[in-house]
Design a binder for this molecule. Structure first.
Ligand SMILES: [Ca+2]
Length: 278
């Protein structure tokens, strides 16, 4: 054995022994929660008082069941902006039966109050498909269909139901273009929270002229967008393809801008000169 090897072995064993001593566990109690995907819980929400107000509201309705027409009162009892009434009705399953019972609605809203702590989380959970934590485009249809059906500024659309889906589709595209900054096709609570969408939803109640809501809901903006689409869609099949653009404006969009195999447009930002400039 080499000189001093006994001591070296002893030191090594001590070091190994020390290494095996367990570190004190980092308890979750010592790290404050800093991530609240469903909003930061607030102590001030008195769930029982809110539920009591909702029950009083339902007591006014026949058999304590609310139809879609009743949901404005229910939304107010929930402390929500008026145009949350569509999502509230849909979230409680009202679309399937045409009305919603007080028991079903209270169970749904109590669960939302207990699990969702801000408006973004509540709105997403009312409209999302089961098992999801985000909204896809179709999820917004019940909300927007109710806006079309009941906002006074859109009452003239009652006679033109074929434009309902075109207005709704356009508004959904505007919402996703602005709110879904990740371009994932899925609006999360965080993306909704960072956007001005819910403030605009609240303004639908206060603003009689929907054209003032230029970010998403303006009917005038829809007309401009739809008119331009119609102009580009030269065969009016509601699809803009390469042939439409090739035909548009005296063939000013040259074929070099199109994908030779897929018949798709690669570049759309082509300057369209008016006749005076030409
Ligand atoms: Ca077309």
């Amino acid at each position: 054995m080499l000189p001093g090897s006994n001591r070296a072995l002893s030191v090594t064993l001590q070091v190994q022994t020390r290494k095996e001593e367990p570190l004190p566990p980092a308890t979750s109690q010592s790290i404050p929660t800093f991530y609240f995907p469903r909003g930061r819980p607030q102590d001030s929400v008195n769930v029982d008082a809110v539920i009591s107000k909702i029950e009083s509201t339902f007591a006014q309705f026949p058999h304590e069941r609310a139809t879609m027409d009743d949901m404005g009162l229910v939304a107010k009892a929930c402390g929500c902006p008026l145009y949350w009434k569509g999502p509230l009705f849909y979230g409680a399953g009202g679309e399937r039966t045409g009305s919603v019972s007080v028991h079903k609605f209270v169970a749904m809203w109590r669960k939302i109050l207990q699990n969702c702590h801000d408006d973004a989380a509540k709105f997403v959970h009312l409209l999302m498909s089961p098992g999801c934590n985000y909204l896809v485009q179709e999820d917004l249809v019940p909300f927007l269909q109710d806006v079309v059906n009941t906002h006074r500024a859109l009452s003239f659309l009652k006679e033109a139901s074929e434009f309902h889906s075109r207005y709704i589709t356009t508004v959904i595209q505007r919402i996703f273009y602005t709110v879904n900054r990740s371009w994932s096709g899925r609006i999360t609570c965080a993306e909704l929270r960072r956007s001005s969408f819910l403030q605009n939803v609240a303004l639908l109640e206060e603003e009689a002229d929907i054209n003032q809501l230029t970010e998403f809901f303006s009917y005038e903006h829809f007309c401009v967008i739809y008119y331009k689409f119609w102009e580009l869609d030269t065969d009016h099949d509601l699809l803009i393809d390469a042939l439409d653009l090739a035909r548009h404006n005296d063939h000013v969009v040259v074929s070099g801008y199109m994908h030779p195999m897929k018949n798709k447009i690669i570049v759309l930002s082509f300057p369209l000169l008016n006749s005076e400039e030409q």
